[in-house]
Each structure stands twice: as structure tokens, then as C-alpha cells.
Design a protein around this ligand. Structure first.
Ligand code: FAD
Ligand code: SF4
Ligand code: SF4
Length: 411
């Protein structure tokens, strides 16, 4: 889209309110006027250097997940207040041992993508992998073969903006899948309401349950604790190769290694951006299929068992998701069995807790004269009814106090 007019008021307001998730949609829609950068402490944020057209601004205002979150209504007949719209809930894994091993949990996302690619449903996948030249950061990549998908499997707990290059992909046409954080998927679905190319070319949208995006400082803290110099890192993975798998920094002379509870619990979780702490859909409710760790964890969400073969939770949400899942199961690409939806409560206690506290936290924001995203149709009130009153009050007061003190990141 052309460059003219004023800078985007939506982007400015979202940045001021610390509501940006870093999805990159505004950069895609606004063209050269907005570029994604990673200012300290290392979250993906839009930098505005020119004006956006009124049409681009209208699209950003209606799609930016810092301003509005895609509703769950109309996606599936069943909607759980924590776990979102669902048609089928399964636990399982990719049957290919390499895919399962390389995958973050059971390699389900990669298995589904490979099936979609090899059956001709899509010709490519837009997803996220370690950046060439700085493997501790992320880049958006396009995979056209099963080998590329497997090479890019695994969770990357640092800033990602998979929508920043979407305009070029839509212009290129064809049929592709997008894998993104739930907020990326929300932005994509909202964009689809205004840009018919999304429905024409994006055939599958996959997501995962998301505990939040830590700043890049989290990676630096891990490296420091490992005793590995940042400049020496040749490859960096956050987990995977086993379940949950260690965080590993490879250098020319060896490697640094850290367990998942230490890397996520001790470092990364302390660096999560504010937007994630009020996230009304961190379970990929707008995706065709969302996957997660099918582990039975403690109250903080850490697996209550040692390393083992990976297992994914697989939630199909839309008709398109159900078709792909059935086809992948039928072809023997995935091995999975059904579980009752309420069983997810035991696997994802920290996700359940955050969802029931979203209302209390977001009610505090206008009192501190701060904006909040619109979040209708996401069962926020219904989830809040499950929160113990004391916990809700504590979170309301804590958010208000920290927001007024300018210390929301400590929530
Ligand atoms: C930031 C983050 C937070 C998460 N929080 C939780 C949680 O709270 N609970 C939970 O159960 N699971 C969480 N996960 C998801 C979990 O780690 C697995 O991704 C999920 O179980 C799917 O595993 P898989 O083996 O099927 O995926 P894989 O087959 O390994 O595929 C993973 C896919 O995700 C894409 N991807 C990786 N990192 C990113 C990123 N930063 N942004 C966009 N796309 C990415 C990859 O490109 C790949 O296509 C999180 C993942 C991330 C990236
Ligand atoms: S959330 Fe996405 S669309 Fe909104 S300001 Fe941030 S990068 Fe742009
Ligand atoms: S917690 Fe929500 S806002 Fe944060 S990265 Fe995940 S989906 Fe996006």
C-alpha cells in the first residue's frame, strides 16, 4: 500500500499502552512506513518512519492484536472458556521418529505441515526459525520441503513477527500455511475480514498454546549463566530433541546446556512482555488447529516427569483443521488418541490461571488511564467467574499499582 498521511494512531496508542505483541501485521500493511525492530530489552516493535494511508490505518485498527482480539464465536460448536473453540481434542505425536524428536513436544505441528505439503493442499509454509547470522534471534522463513519444515521445528522463546512479510506472500499467491503465535493468528483472521486474498491463499493456520514472548535479554541471561559468550554462539535452540529437551547453545569448541525448568522458569519467564500477561487468547483459539505440551505439570506448568518421548496436545477447531487432522491421522502421519477437553486443565494450569485473571487485570487499566485491547467473544467473563475472589482482587490491585508506577513488566 502507498505511503501518505499521518503515522498510525493505532500503533502509537498500542505502543504507549505496552499492548504490542510484535506480530508484524502493521509493518506488512503499511509498507515502508513501518518497520519491525527490536529495541532494548529485545521485543519486536514497529518503528514508524512515514505516514500510512487512511485505508491502511483502518485495517491496522481492525486487526492489530494490541487493539482488538479475534473472537472465538462462530469457529466451532463447542467453546471452552479456557481452551477455546474445539471439535476434537487429542494427545499424540508425529509417527516419523525424526519429526517427533526434532519437534518441540510431539512434532504434531510439523507432522501436519508435512502432510499438507505432500498432499498438495499447500505449496509452502510461512513460519519461524533461528535467524541466519544470529541463531539466538528469530526470522520468518518459507519452507517448501519436508526437510526444511523439520529443520525449523521447535519452539523459539524470543521475539517473532511472522506477519511482517505477509503482503509479499499474498502478492506471490499460491496456497500456503501460516504458523504463528495466537496473537499472530488473531491478526491474520481479522485481516481476512478485510483482505480477500487471505482466504484465497492461506489454506491452513496452525498455532500453539503460548506462555508469552520473552525479551531477547532472556537469551543473554541464559548465555551468561551457561558461561557462553554471545559472539561465540553458532546454533541456539530453546528446547526440543527430546521432551521437553534442553536449551542448548553450540559454539565452535563445545556447547552450553540448560534444563527447560531452568531456562524458562529461571530466565525467560521473567522477561515476558506485558501484553502476554493480559492475553485473552493464548491458546490459538482462532487457528484451524492448536497444539501444546500434553504433559501433566505442577502448578507452575513444569512437567512432573523426566525427559521422555514427545507428546503433543492437539485441538482441532475449524472445519479446515478437522479435515487436515483427519487426513493426517488417516495417512498414519500422526498417532493420537482422544482426551476429554477438561483434561487440559491438568496439563496447562498456568494457562487456566492467566485466563481467569484477564478480566481483573484489564479492568485495572482504564483506571490508570491506559488502553486495553477489545476482547469480545472470548469468554473472558466466563473464565473470570472461575477465579477465587481473593486472587482476582490481588491481581486487580497489583496491575493498577504496577501500571501507575510504570512497572507493569513485573506483573
Ligand atoms: C513463545 C512460545 C510459548 C509457548 N508457550 C507454551 C505454553 O504455555 N504451553 C504449551 O503447552 N506450549 C507452549 N508453547 C508451544 C510448545 O512449546 C510447542 O510449540 C507445541 O507443543 C507444539 O509442539 P510441536 O512439537 O507440535 O511443534 P513443532 O513441530 O516443533 O513446530 C513448532 C512450530 O512453531 C513455530 N514457532 C516456533 N517458535 C515460534 C515463535 N516464537 N513464533 C511463531 N512461531 C514459532 C515453528 O516455526 C514450527 O513451525 C509455546 C511455544 C512458543 C514458541
Ligand atoms: S501488535 Fe502487531 S499490528 Fe499491533 S502494533 Fe504490534 S506489531 Fe503492529
Ligand atoms: S501470550 Fe498472547 S500476546 Fe503474548 S505472544 Fe502469546 S499469544 Fe501473543
Amino acid at each position: 500500500m502507498g505511503q501518505s498521511g499521518a503515522t498510525s494512531p493505532t500503533v502509537a496508542r498500542v505502543l504507549r499502552g505496552e499492548l504490542c505483541s510484535g506480530c508484524g501485521l502493521c509493518a506488512s500493511v503499511a509498507g515502508p512506513a513501518i518497520r519491525m525492530e527490536q529495541p532494548a530489552p529485545g521485543y519486536a516493535r514497529p518503528a514508524q518512519s512515514g505516514g500510512v494511508t487512511p485505508e491502511a490505518e483502518r485495517i491496522i485498527a481492525a486487526s492489530c492484536p494490541g487493539a482488538v482480539v479475534a473472537p472465538w464465536t462462530g469457529v466451532a460448536p463447542e467453546i471452552h472458556p479456557y481452551w477455546g473453540p474445539w471439535r476434537r481434542v487429542l494427545t499424540g505425536h508425529a509417527t516419523d521418529e525424526t519429526v517427533r524428536f526434532e519437534g518441540s513436544s510431539g512434532g504434531a505441528i510439523s507432522g501436519l505441515l508435512i502432510h499438507a505439503l505432500e498432499t498438495g493442499l499447500i505449496d509452502r509454509v510461512v513460519h519461524v526459525a533461528a535467524a541466519e547470522g544470529d541463531p539466538t534471534r528469530n526470522a520468518t522463513v518459507v519452507s517448501r520441503t519436508a526437510a526444511e519444515i523439520v529443520r525449523r521445528a521447535g519452539s523459539r522463546y524470543t521475539a517473532s513477527s511472522p506477519l511482517a512479510g505477509l503482503e509479499a506472500e499474498l502478492a506471490a499467491g499460491g496456497a500456503f500455511a501460516v504458523v504463528g503465535k495466537p496473537c499472530d493468528v488473531s491478526a491474520l483472521r481479522q485481516l481476512a475480514l478485510r483482505d480477500p486474498r487471505v482466504g484465497r491463499h492461506v489454506k491452513v493456520v496452525l498455532s500453539f498454546f503460548c506462555g508469552g514472548i520473552p525479551s531477547h535479554d532472556g537469551v543473554r541471561r541464559i548465555l551468561k549463566t551457561m558461561g557462553v559468550a554471545f559472539e561465540d554462539v553458532r546454533a541456539f535452540r530453546f528446547r526440543g530433541r527430546g521432551w521437553p529437551g534442553d536449551c542448548v547453545a553450540e559454539t565452535d569448541t563445545g556447547e552450553g546446556r540448560m534444563s527447560y525448568p531452568d531456562s524458562w522458569g529461571g530466565h525467560l519467564s521473567k522477561e515476558v512482555q506485558f501484553r502476554c500477561k493480559i492475553c485473552p487468547d493464548a491458546v490459538g483459539g482462532a487457528a484451524d488447529i492448536a497444539c501444546a505440551d500434553a504433559w501433566y505439570g505442577d502448578d507452575d506448568g513444569y512437567p512432573a516427569f523426566d525427559e521422555q518421548e514427545g507428546r503433543s496436545l492437539i485441538v482441532s477447531r475449524t472445519e479446515a483443521g478437522e479435515r487436515l487432522l483427519s487426513a493426517a491421522l488417516g495417512a498414519g502421519r500422526l498417532d493420537a488418541e482422544p482426551v476429554p477437553v477438561n483434561e487440559i486443565d491438568a496439563m496447562q494450569p498456568s494457562q487456566a490461571r492467566r485466563k481467569r485473571l484477564v478480566l481483573a487485570r484489564t479492568l485495572a487499566l482504564p483506571l490508570a488511564l491506559q488502553p486495553r485491547p477489545r476482547m469480545a467473544g472470548l469468554k473472558v467473563l466466563e473464565a473470570a467467574r472461575r477465579a477465587p475472589l481473593v486472587e482476582a482482587l490481588r491481581n486487580f490491585v497489583g496491575t493498577l499499582r504496577r501500571t501507575m508506577l510504570g512497572r507493569r513488566s513485573r506483573l
